[in-house]
Design a protein around this ligand. Structure first.
Ligand SMILES: [Zn+2]
Length: 83
């Protein structure tokens, strides 16, 4: 079986994204800054292994609308992975 996983990415402006390991970008797709933090989640055997909750912003960055709040994103993520 091949490796399955995602990267958590956080840029200096607080934009957070999860990217498939095979579709990783080196820069934030919103503001084009280089990612400040990167963390690998290993989904191969145990989905969500290595997930770093502390990287997920608790409020949306100033320049994004509230409906893109990452707090909501995290809730979705939890609903999918911790049933
Ligand atoms: Zn950014």
């Amino acid at each position: 079986m091949s490796f399955e996983g995602r990267y958590q990415k956080l840029c200096p402006n607080g934009h957070y994204e999860e990217q498939d390991v095979y579709m990783e970008t080196s820069r934030c797709e919103i503001c084009s800054e280089k990612w400040e933090k990167s963390n690998l989640i290993d989904d191969t055997n145990n989905p969500g292994e290595g997930f770093d909750e502390s990287m997920v912003p608790t409020k949306a960055p100033k320049d994004l609308p509230l409906k893109q709040s990452f707090g909501l994103f995290l809730a979705d993520w939890k609903a999918k992975h911790f049933k």
